[in-house]
Design a protein around this ligand. Structure first.
Ligand code: UTP
Length: 230
């Protein structure tokens, strides 16, 4: 088991909430650098965020595009964000972005402190990619950083009585998110990725990455605010 390597799925909502959040990224970089100095290595999987959403919406207004085209626009947004993150961490990062989680030869041999990965094909998500990479690198913990504090048992925007979840097993989590990939849905963790995580016995922590003290606590193995799925 790879204890000094951590997979971070860096939600696009943190990189580009509306505009590029360089202030957040500056702090995020400091925290990651601190852990690198202690010998940790990272796989950072970047999401698409508002860039993906804006491009998808705009392309649908201009042309008659199908779900697969929309996914591709989303994928390229995750890749743009990946190149951006790699550039920010240039001193530590492997020069190539992983865009195919089934072709990991170069990546598995890489010696750099940071490996950056992005979207692969339509019908996937960066959640799934983060779990696949964890599997191949024999990493048992994945941090899913977004802008929500907890996972709820139902959509808190729609239901006043939604309850926050601090810890849940994969079987119960799958009852909440279902078991099929739905491109339009906004679930806290992709159902297909959940299935693989359950099979591989991988623990996923979902928390608000914007709260940097919380991120620091998670990385230090201390108590943090968020949801653990295992
Ligand atoms: P994300 O995985 O970032 O989804 O990919 P998201 O939930 O919208 O963004 P976050 O969590 O805020 O970062 C953005 C879009 O790119 C496509 C999907 O359409 C997805 O909604 N995508 C991504 C793929 O089709 N395949 C992939 O492997 C990754």
């Amino acid at each position: 088991m790879n204890k000094k390597m951590i997979v971070i799925s860096l939600g696009g909502s943190l990189i580009v909430p509306e505009e590029i959040d360089w202030k957040f990224l500056k702090q995020f970089k400091k925290i990651i650098e601190g852990k690198i100095k202690k010998g940790f290595r990272f796989i950072i999987v970047t999401g698409g965020g508002m860039t993906a959403r804006k491009y998808i919406e705009a392309s649908a207004k201009v042309g008659d595009i199908d779900a697969e085209d929309k996914d591709w626009v989303g994928i390229h947004s995750t890749r743009l964000n990946a190149h951006f993150i790699r550039t920010i961490f240039k001193k530590y990062a492997h020069p190539t972005i992983c865009t195919n989680p089934y072709d990991l030869e170069g990546f598995l041999k890489a010696k750099e402190y940071i490996l950056v990965a992005a979207g692969y094909r339509p019908g996937n998500s960066t959640d799934y990619i983060s779990i696949l990479l964890a599997k191949h690198f024999e990493i048992k913990k994945v941090a899913n950083l977004s802008n929500i504090d907890y996972v709820y048992d139902k959509d808190p925007k729609k239901y006043k009585d939604a309850k926050k979840i601090k810890e849940i097993c994969w079987i119960d989590f799958q009852k909440i998110v279902g078991n099929k990939w739905d491109p339009g849905s906004n679930v806290p963790f992709d159902p297909v990725a959940s299935k693989l995580a359950a099979k591989e016995n991988i623990e996923v922590a979902i928390f608000n990455g914007k709260k940097l003290k919380n991120l620091q606590n998670y990385l230090d193995g201390k108590r943090f605010i968020g949801t653990v799925i295992k």
